[in-house]
Design a binder for this molecule. Sequence first.
Ligand code: ADP
Ligand code: MG
Length: 691
Amino acid sequence: MLDALYKPKSVAIIGASTKELSIGNRIIKNLLDFGFKGSVYPINPKADEVRGIRAYNSILDVSSEIDLAHVIIPNKFVPQAVEDCGKKGVKVAIINSAGFKEIGGEGILLEEQVVKKAKEYNVRVFGPNCQGIINTNPNVRAYCNFTFTKPETGCISIIAQSGGVGEVINQRFSELDVGIRMYASNGNACDISIPEIIRYWSDDEQTRVIVVHVENLSNPKEFMEAAKETAVKKPILGMKTGRTKEGAKAVSSHTGGLAKIDIATELIFKKCGIVTFRDQEELCQAAVAFASQPIPKGKRVGIITNTGGPAIIATDELVEAGLEIPQLSNNAIKILKEKLYSAASVNNPIDVLATGGGEHFRAALDVLMNEPQIDSIFINFVTPFFVDTDMISQEIVEENKAHKKPIICNLMTDKRQWTKTINILKNGGVPCYSLPETAARALIAMTRYNDLKAREIGEVQIFNDVDREKARRIIKESKKEGGEFLPAEKVNNLLAAYNIPIAKWGLVNNSKEVLKEARKIGFPVVVKVDTKSIVHKSDVGGIALNLEEKEVESTVKDMERKFTAEKPSFFVQEFLSGGKELIIGAKAEKDLGHLILFGIGGIYVEILKDVAFGITPITALEAKEMLSSIKSYSLLSGFRGEKGVDQEKLVEILQRVSQLVTELPMVQEIDLNPIIAYENRVVVVDARIRI
Ligand code: ADP
Ligand code: MG
């Protein structure tokens, strides 16, 4: 339980300072200014008081109980301070001091000492190298943080791995006049982790929305579990930064973590139902809507407008994101015809005209609230001087009180003149935006959350026709023989053990043996050199395709001459013409499992880069989504009379590869490229496995 961190009754500041511009002074000022409901104990052996509060020599000299201690002293004294905290019975220490894992070398050792002391003395640690927390709960008012923005009370809780990002987000909410509930920026996170905090907020009823910023996930599995459980209860809006190689480098040099997982983070977000953003502004604006509005139950939007152009912009934005603007029922149209001006537009979008007043907006709102095929309402409201705009605001607020369907309002006005109109909406809890795009994106984000929540990915299917014993034996043997890559024969046997279809094949030692083997397989055949040293056979002329009986032997003879130094064996394979070349691959990711890949394969895979990723183990539905999310999906489904490929079989192979790497975690990389696919057959013709 993190109550001692978020609801402390008393806070000690180890390293309290009389210097105005120091963190040890600022935190005391923040606690006092924010109206902290508990007691504050400055600890400073050289001062009698700090900011007018009695200071103590040591935390051990304080006679009352202390829940939480800030530690703001030079890094090398921190382990001792943690020990003192333990002796005093302090439950949580926020270590603001820097100079730990993030500086490497001795910093890493120091952080280990902190963790050790904390375990030994039963103290939970928040940080080090961090800002701290805020709790705006009126009964607590804890500003245990050295930054400066004083948030209003609200229902958004923010956790940011980067204190800088956290502060910017906090600041933006403040500018948008939206309150927050709790805040956390835990820096190196040596003990209390982001997942633990997410879980805490999951149970906090007053937190309606969680905002998460991460640079890297030190424990992706734990994060995934916590976020998944939470995201079904309340929306998590997430942002991952350090997506580019350069960005990731900046991350690892300024926080304690290493940028371990990159592409995986966005997949993790998706897998656990986090609404993902690439832009802080968009995230904050969306959070405003999430904070006050019910979640739309679907993607059908009803639009009410009193001006043309901006409604068109909103419509474009919504429709491009996959939302719908459905026609209204005859009954709805009939009502609108009765209640609106005759020149008004009585279908969706409903144009009440610039001369439309409160009663017209109300009539349109009533209709949309009652239309079963409408899930959310977008109001485009410009404030003309010739109507009573306060009245319009009031009618919108009345309708909003019922909390029946989400309402988003794009309010176009002069903020200095129409203050009353604006305040009615604001106090009535209607999220207002000053541009149609911004408002539309907030509604899109809410609809996305509903989609994610409603999404049933199904159960992971386990294939029991696989020969696990044999597969393990093959890997064991290869390990003994040494070498990272499995030889081609073993690769094929391993795939066969998992019932992954491979092209008919045989292995021969020289040109003399080849004809006999090729006859068994049937002509035409393909011959490939097989040695440990050659990774890409086609790059070095190690492949001969479409060979007929008369040319096989001489071709292999030529290859023998060409690759004398490598002493190769030869792989003989059936020649498969006219199929589509695809790729399936998987790669181990530390602390997560494997990333699995599907896409257009063959020798152009790196150029086309038309691939989709997933996190193993994947379900059939996730596999299907991977297929349909590549750009060239129409190649798979068929177009212009050309036949598609056996997608069901591909989905099955993806699941089998997922099962293979899950059951054989020592497989670092598997690369099936190409897989040749036809309308009713799919076969692997080249595979590599690295252990
Ligand atoms: P590598 O990846 O080592 O260069 P591959 O075995 O993937 O070698 O072969 C390269 C290309 O040759 C494939 O992308 C495919 O176009 C073609 N190819 C390989 N094997 C066959 C086969 N059995 N039937 C038809 N074409 C093949
Ligand atoms: Mg290949």
